[in-house]
Design a binder for this molecule. Sequence first.
Ligand code: GTP
Ligand code: MG
Ligand code: ZN
Length: 371
Amino acid sequence: MASPRTLPAMTWTPDDFEALRPMGWRDDAPAALALAALPRAAVARVVGQHRNAYVVATTLDEARRVQPPAAWTRPRFRAEDRAVVGDWVLLDAKGEAITTLLPRHALLRRAAAGEHYQQQPIAANIDFVLVVTGLDGDFNPRRIERYLLLVQASGAQPVLVLSKADLAGELAADAAGLLAPLVEAGFPLHIVNGKDAASVAVLAPYLGPGRSCVLVGSSGAGKSTLTNTLLGRQKMKTAEVREADSRGRHTTTSRVLIPLPQGGCLIDTPGMRELKLVGEEDLADKVFEDIEALASRCRFRDCAHLNEPGCAVREALEAGALDEARWAHYVKLRDERDAAATTLAQRRNEAKQAPKGTRPKPGGKDKFGRR
Ligand SMILES: Nc1nc2c(ncn2[C@@H]2O[C@H](COP(=O)(O)OP(=O)(O)OP(=O)(O)O)[C@@H](O)[C@H]2O)c(=O)[nH]1
Ligand SMILES: [Mg+2]
Ligand SMILES: [Zn+2]
């Protein structure tokens, strides 16, 4: 067997990845495995995004602006095939442009706001999604359910973080009760004061070497405050919420990946106004498993849960075992998911019928052997 010294310079060596580890590089991740099929090049992580450029890092102390491949700027190019914060990419020889997007192990996305259906990626290669909700006027179990559906579809694990425990008063005790079905479904829940390092230490299991965590939640929820406390310095700008309704002022304006001193990294994101479902969410996947289990016990398989005899859902609602607001939200999300799924199926059909040359060959594989 050839010793590493005699290998040609075109082959990857373990040293190529040392500088990437503090930024979350993992040798067992799809990005790493894909490299075997590719010529040696500089690997970088996307740490920031601007309208026409990306900010990438190849080492901890050096971030630079690079251009995307020309194909990504074409309007018909699928948004989810462009790099997003957290992605691993290969750079050209000059280190000025991205040449290749490496395969991901998780992708958080939503449908973009507006009339036209489009998927919008939020963060890639993440292990945990911290869904941050303030224990002030921001607290809303319905919004948390919506977040959880998107996170469950991402491949990353959701963690519920209720911030502003120090301001919460009675809500701190009530909140856990209001989220009981989600806690029973197994979602971890932490109530913290985001300004206090000792309090946020409960989040340690989600951080550390090789782990990437993204913070999501509405503006003013306390994502950047939490980021600063976990980082141990005031890197991100934060701003007071409006007193009347606890709404934030959209202080963070772009997504940013920040390596942590304890290893691993955090992605801080701007507060999201709208969280539309993509159409691929599974409502029975923990978030509404209680309701789906109930519905399966109705006498009629096609029960509409209106006034059919033997309706387990109606019985639970009447007995107070199922919360009316949670049920109504389930119905709303189910209909929204179904409508998005129909649009998505139409899109895929149209893409299949598009004229030759505008789409990849049917059954063709990309350079990683993916279809
Ligand atoms: N008392 C208290 N205040 C907090 C806590 N977390 C956040 N805040 C305050 O809430 C306000 C909003 O916090 P940010 O961290 O800027 O919120 P954000 O989620 O990053 O908001 P956007 O960047 O707009 O999306 C700031 O005034 C913070 O000081 C907390 O746990 N306790
Ligand atoms: Mg912020
Ligand atoms: Zn029923």
